[in-house]
Design a protein around this ligand. Structure first.
Ligand code: AHR
Length: 518
């Protein structure tokens, strides 16, 4: 594929202004590999909500069973049934919000199958993900226990496709009503005297596809009906998330909003996967470029869907939620047989993809409410991998480390940046600040070019700084059970002189610079 990048093109996103207006001519004639970047600390975008770093756990393959939940009697070290090593790694990273139980599974899940004595729970077939029999041992209480251990806010995806308004309203009452009603007393009898206070409720999932294959008008009418029966109990006001578009499908969003005709859900969920035809560890250079280029379209989708929503009465109040995103590579059958359905390695390429996505969320911080990568353990672009559901090993993927590098942005205010190159594989940058700290993340998605960063900080100057980098020149390199720490963040040299910072950014790298500013 053509990787001829023009160094004279300037970023055209809404988060950028013209660089040429701000730096003297001549300076723009950068030497090969030099990337000039301007961070405008005085131009605020919005808060980097910690929710941009949220996660998703589906009853799929070995994500829940064997990944997060091994059961109390397992020989695998566990905390009351939860895989100990997974909990420790995830606690360290911090999981702001965790979405569950699907995915496609959500619209075939009946919550009553997952409460009460475990031996009495019915066994159901997981029709979407391999037709295996689910014993329901991980249900509402077990999920809430997981959220408590992780310090995560729960996000339940309700069933519209094969469920009913009554089923959803009852699940909410069961979770949130403090006491007194039959459903609240049932929860108390099942071991939870305090209400769960669940705020986020998805009204179905991908109802244009596995969630009922509906037309947007049909789904909108169902949304209207379901939402009437959703109430607050004990002061917990539900935040409803409507099923939104597949990628940047404007027809779906328009059809939904037109039919809704007034009123607004709390949020609208868009899903955007970045597919690729190769096995994760066997990417060709061409396919690497094609997959990473998709992120440009993700950014466009965010701005276009936001604009579309804002055009409706009360549309500006709807939070745009990207609650499934991430790379989706070819998954060989032998890997699935060995480790579980949709089990996928994360490579240096995946870490770069994570960095591109997380930089976009910062740059579009004013347009987004929440983002949940798919999925947290063992499925697609996961943060952790185990060697199958029975395996004792649990390792952190390159994607985990990319997320860790973005953690310093959480709750800071994103500010505008300018770069020279707006092409899909140009350098990707975002920045945020709070008080006297400025955080900048750089991603070099090129497999064939090393960059030298020449960054000007406009609006303040830095006293000192430090950098961490995740890098491997081999885009197919990954952390394995044999070599779990092959790719981990390393300290990286940088030069800070007042309002200027210089640093090398090798091919295929994600780097975070933290500066103390004056
Ligand atoms: O994340 C895997 C699947 O992808 C989910 O179940 C579904 O919502 C999406 O199509």
């Amino acid at each position: 594929m053509g990787l001829q990048l023009s160094r004279r093109q300037f970023v055209g996103s809404t988060a950028a202004l013209s660089l040429s207006a701000l730096i003297p001519r001549g300076m723009l004639a950068a030497s090969s590999g030099t990337q000039r970047v301007i961070v405008r600390t005085d131009a605020e975008i919005g808060v980097v909500r910690p929710e941009f770093h949220s996660h998703f756990a589906e009853h799929l393959g070995s994500c829940v069973y064997g990944g997060l939940w091994v059961g109390k009697k397992s020989p695998i070290p566990n905390l009351e049934g939860y895989r100990k090593q997974a909990i420790e790694y995830l606690r360290e990273l911090g999981v702001p919000v965790l979405r569950w139980p699907g995915g496609c599974y959500a619209d075939d899940y009946h919550w009553r199958d997952g409460i009460g004595p475990v031996e009495q729970r019915p066994k159901r077939v997981n029709i979407h993900w391999g037709g295996y029999v689910e014993d329901g041992s991980f249900g509402t209480h077990e999920f809430m226990g997981l959220c408590r251990l992780l310090g995560a806010e729960p996000y339940f995806a309700g069933n519209v496709g094969s469920g009913s308004p009554r089923e959803l309203r009852d699940w909410i009452e069961y979770c949130n009503m403090p006491s007194g009603s039959t459903l609240a007393e049932e929860r108390i009898k099942n071991g939870a005297p305090e209400p769960f206070r669940v705020r986020y409720w998805g009204v179905g999932n991908e109802n244009w596809g596995c969630g009922g294959w509906m037309r947007p008008e049909v789904y909108a009418n169902l949304y209207r009906q379901f939402s009437v029966y959703v109430r607050q109990y004990g002061g917990t006001q539900p935040y409803l998330v409507a099923s939104g578009p597949n990628g940047n499908d404007r027809k779906w969003t328009r059809g939904f909003m037109d039919t809704l005709d007034g009123g607004a859900p709390g949020g609208l969920s868009m899903h955007y996967y970045e597919g690729g035809p190769d096995r994760a560890t066997e990417y060709s250079a061409d396919h690497l470029g094609q997959q990473l280029s998709i992120f440009k379209r993700v950014e466009e989708a965010i701005t276009e869907q936001r604009t579309l929503l804002d055009g409706y009465r009360d549309g500006h109040k709807i939070g745009l939620i990207l609650d499934e995103w991430g790379v989706w590579d070819k998954i060989p059958e032998e890997d699935e047989k060995r480790y579980g359905k949709l089990w996928m390695q994360s490579t240096m390429r995946s870490a770069v993809a994570a960095g591109l996505g997380l930089n976009i969320f910062n740059r579009q911080a004013d347009k987004l409410f929440m983002c949940n990568i798919a999925q947290i353990v063992n499925v697609l672009q996961s943060l952790l991998l185990t060697d199958g559901p029975e395996g004792k090993s649990c390792i952190r993927t390159t994607t985990y480390h990319a997320f860790a590098l973005f953690k310093p942005h959480r709750s800071k205010t994103a500010v505008r940046i300018e770069t020279q190159d707006s092409s899909p594989l140009g350098i990707s940058v975002s920045a945020s600040r709070a008080e006297k700290e400025l955080v900048i993340t750089f991603v070099n998605p090129r497999h064939d070019a090393d960059f030298e960063i020449d960054c000007t900080i406009q609006g303040s100057s830095a006293r000192e700084g430090k950098a961490q980098i995740l890098h491997d020149p081999d885009w197919n390199a990954c952390n394995t059970f044999e070599n779990p720490n092959r790719i981990i963040p390393q300290t990286h040299p940088l030069t800070v002189e007042g309002s200027r910072l210089r640093m090398d950014l090798p091919r295929l790298s994600v780097a975070t610079v933290t500066l103390n500013t004056a």
